[in-house]
Design a protein around this ligand. Sequence first.
Ligand SMILES: CN1c2c(nc(N)[nH]c2=O)NC[C@@H]1CNc1ccc(C(=O)N[C@@H](CCC(=O)N[C@@H](CCC(=O)N[C@@H](CCC(=O)O)C(=O)O)C(=O)O)C(=O)O)cc1
Ligand SMILES: N[C@@H](CCS)C(=O)O
Ligand SMILES: [Zn+2]
Length: 772
Amino acid sequence: MVQSSILGFPRMGVNRDLKKATEAFWAGKIPKEELLSEGKRLRLEHWQLQKKAGVDIIPSNDFAFYDQVLDHIHLFGVVPERYSKYNLSDLDEYFAMGRGLQRPEKDGEPAVDVPSLEMVKWFDSNYHYVKPTLQDNQTFKLSGTAKPVTEFKEAKDAGILTRPVLLGPVSFLALAKADRGQSVDPISLLDKLLPLYEDVLMQLKDAGAESVQIDEPVLVFDLPTKVKNAFQPAYEKIGALGSKAPKIVLATYFGDIVHNIGVLDSLKGLYAIHVDLVRNPEQLDTVLGALGPEQTLSAGVVDGRNIWKTNFQRAIETVETIVQKLGKDRVIVSSSSSLLHTPHTLASEKKLDPEVKDWFSFAVEKADELVIIAKAVSEGPAAVRSALEANAKSMQARASSARTNDPKVKDRQAKVTEDMHKRASPFPTRIAQQQKRLNLPKFPTTTIGSFPQTKEIRIQRNKFVKNEITAEEYEKFIEKEIQDVVRIQEELDLDVFVHGEPERNDMVQYFGERLNGYEFTTHAWVQSYGSRCVRPPIIVGDISRPAPMSVKESKYAASISKKPMKGMLTGPITCLRWSFPRDDVHQSVQAQQLALALRDEVVDLEAAGIYVIQVDEPALREGLPLRAGKERERYLQWAVNSFRLSTAGVEDGTQIHSHFCYSEFQDFFYAIAALDADVLSIENSKSDAKLLKVFVDEAYPRHIGPGVYDIHSPRVPSEQEIKDRIQEMLQYLKPDQLWIDPDCGLKTRQWSETKAALTNMVNAAKYFRSKY
Ligand SMILES: CN1c2c(nc(N)[nH]c2=O)NC[C@@H]1CNc1ccc(C(=O)N[C@@H](CCC(=O)N[C@@H](CCC(=O)N[C@@H](CCC(=O)O)C(=O)O)C(=O)O)C(=O)O)cc1
Ligand SMILES: N[C@@H](CCS)C(=O)O
Ligand SMILES: [Zn+2]
């Protein structure tokens, strides 16, 4: 029989219950025991709903209070001394690594002041993981109660036999880095780490696990030889455990593994291989050809990254092809990746137009889809006839809907010219005119856009959404917020102001709600990092801008401000990547539509007297195909063109900024340079300033503001820390080039932390101003 499986389930819960409990715990409003029991309740609820749907293979250890990679850091005792020295409780140490910890001395307990570990993008998704950080003398030690074993037993006690998920040893090390000042090559630690995997696998077997999912997603990358060669010894060792360990399903996702297919030779002893056939269906033949004679294929045919209903006919055809080759008992039908990247359930969406709702499928619905596909192949289509018919009808309705097609948008796209991507003059001419207009000091200070989104802001917005206050009342409230933000920036003596983005629920969702072609949801939250979630809007049709989206707020802010006001927009690629995109039109087409809509907005801002305009593109790097080559070049071409199309409509004297966070910018530096933005602000505070060398090597001529402090943590950086950081930067950047700003927007911070940190930042900038 063909079995159905899920690689991982969203953990927030139907009402973002985990977020609420975690934040309540951090705020000291609930004790640790309550947080732990909420976690337990959610795990059980999610296992039960998958079981009820009829899913054969249900994951465990896919739950994490903060991040699944951080769970492994904790599991293997990869805790840098700057955390372990405080002898914190397990949970406090775990959260300290995730989000930093700063607390005064209390009841004889010493004061704690430690920043978080680095957080980076999980492959090309909008999820972020905590990067394992290794020492030259790194040792590994299994934490007393191994979480994968505890959670497996927890499910078993509830009558559900799960398949525990582990991040594989090669991926764990390949995704790690040497700590600051250390030079260890992570993969060289494989031999030291493997015994811990062997131990966990044996414990899981003893506890009754029949199979374990080991994720090795790095197989979709172009791997350095050392990493590629690590698979053989790693899995020979694990394979040598034989019946002392559960059967191993090795999972890859978010790409194809054809370029690493040779690695499968060394994995033939494993029970099964999982591949992502949504992203790369064309890899199927190669993978089938490389499987061992008894190996099972786990076929990822239900999209773990998007919300479109699965096309049953197509998925069933794919699975049947595999069955013909391998037989029913050697095929598992699966989600393409963990469903972590999809919202919990469509059932919560009460306001969606039924026409489009019929096109969507969230995690709970995807569980049903997997069961239907497996049944259709196992028992024949007649067993699920009505589901197949309903699905075919939905597919047909979407394909023929008038909502997806806007001739006016197509017409405008056909008229886009090369010149529309170019500013009028080169940078030296532009910056001279901008400086005349803006008259900024050396080391100009600014922020990235958002100021704290307080509880009060969210409450007022919620009231407005529910029609409990009028549009005028809400507008007045937002104006008052803008006034406060402007006044505070005056007090802080920043140089380029922002309006603070109080009117925005999210930097992408806000624009999605104002553009034609988009649908948005009320409960479709997806975890972005830690307790933070996003509600990506859904692109269903051709995109256009019916009216200005941000001009009113920026113009108002400028009217009450004595300093230059920066207009704030989200760039076309970020709007695309952080939405659920269409799967019926190429992404480059959607990006160009977004770019044209934003171009109109940029020009309108300029006409309203806003002469500094920031177009954020933090997701530019995320969209980069995971492997080097032609596909990457093609992406960069259309992505860079989209940014340029959106910004090049302004005069020379208008300063275009762009912002990047969560990106390792070195490997796509030339694309950032090609954007031709006058000023770049980039997240950098957690990285080694040495990385800025790329700006020197490439003789980058324009202005740059590498973030001087981390905004993800409530911790306030001292003035000295910021000065040290700037001093380091000056080894690589010219004083005339350097802007001083935080890593990213401040929306997740409290006001007290924000003011304290920015005071230190402005003082540090003034110190260098007086020195140069
Ligand atoms: C910069 N980042 C972003 C990414 N992706 C985005 N789409 N947006 C981003 O800003 N990716 C990379 C980074 C890091 N990621 C994030 C992601 C999320 C946040 C964040 O702060 N999220 C908020 C939710 C923001 C939001 O949409 N708020 C809405 C709704 C608020 C709400 O919960 N309302 C309540 C009722 C009101 C109340 O009583 O509080 C409800 O609906 O129940 C809004 O403001 O209106 C989060 O809280 O997780 C930051 C960085
Ligand atoms: N302008 C946005 C950028 C976030 S990446 C903000 O400040 O929140
Ligand atoms: Zn940012």
